[in-house]
Design a protein around this ligand. Sequence first.
Ligand code: GLU
Length: 432
Amino acid sequence: MLRFAPSPTGDMHIGNLRVAIFNYILAKQQNKDFIVRIEDTDRERNIEDKDQEILAILQKFGINDDQLYYQSKNLHIHQHMAIKLVEQKKAFACFCSEQELEAQRELAKKNKKAYRYSGKCEFLTQQEVLKSDKKYVIRLKKPESDITFEDAIKGEQSMSPGEVDSFVILRADGTPTYNFACAVDDMIHGVSFVCRGEDHTSNTPKQIHIRNMLDYEKSIRYAHLPIILNTEGKKMSKRDDASSVKWLLSEGFLPDAIINYLVQLGNKTPKEIFDLHEAIEWFKLENVSKAPAKFDLDKLRFLNRAHINRTDDRTLSKYFGFADEQVGKLAKLYTEEASTLKEIDEKIVSIFRPKNFDNEFGEQMKILQQVILDAPMFDAFDAFKKHLMEKSGLKGKNFFKPLRLLLTNKPNGPEVADVYDLIKGYITQIVR
Ligand code: GLU
């Protein structure tokens, strides 16, 4: 089993989408189920309806789950497992107050040392525990030896017992922490391979330790993907618009182009332009670089143009409110100068918008408008042009400039002959 485990706590980041894509591809390649697990146990950070937004995004990208879970549904299992660990003396109740812990964290910071739990409550007697009416959390005892694992991208990783520390697995309100819920769920869902962002590398030894303590015998393999950097070489954050999948979609990047971009980013791929299904045929995690990859909007724009040109004409026209192959072809023509659906839409909308005659070619535009409205339908641009020239008496710049403005509302753009060929069916509507 493979899984994608988003938290409904913010907009989907391209890094998360990349994780979803990779897990989906690996699941298909290995003929295993792909699980989507909404990690909604952090009640304070959950945002209402973010889960639905994430699921809708996955659907748009064709990343369909075989199984869908909400982590909170497993709450009773998490609590049961935590109690079991306490009973086995592998975990203990900790009554330290938040103020006390904060003071210790501050002190460690002042002394330039990594904060470690003091161990204060680990050796409380059962009587002391039962007598106390203070709020408590449950901590898992730190391991006795290093926790080591082999990362499919980063190689061997190891963490000392002190670094793993005696960390909290159940909060005072009875909800599990991320590490505990995640480790337990990966176990009960039979996950065999975890591919996720590099920011989770230091959580992995803790999650392995949890499952060791629960006597889980199967081992889970891991791959942590390098982070994505912005153009300044810093981690792409919410402040970078392009980090948000929702933003990219609203700007008119096609899901296939975004997938293509995220799969080839920091990767050796046998092809430059491909879709998800093609990637399933040859994708190899070993080819993904260990080094962080830099986000390059120009490359994404290039791939978007390529995918727009790969889209079936009629399907493409639907993005612009038509169901007409000619409009799809027109959109493709505009990829000469526009890269997103939004940019192309602006061009197409311009063509159909009432024209502005208030410019240096306004007079000529009016003459041409009248001739076109009185003219029969011409299939070929040359015949159309000949007729207009004859009837209007205009030529050269005084003919071509106003004609372009009348047909496209723009002073520049693709060849007028090419545009005419695709819009002639709407000509009387357009020249108004
Ligand atoms: N819920 C975590 C996140 O969104 C992912 C956890 C995981 O993949 O293990 O960052």
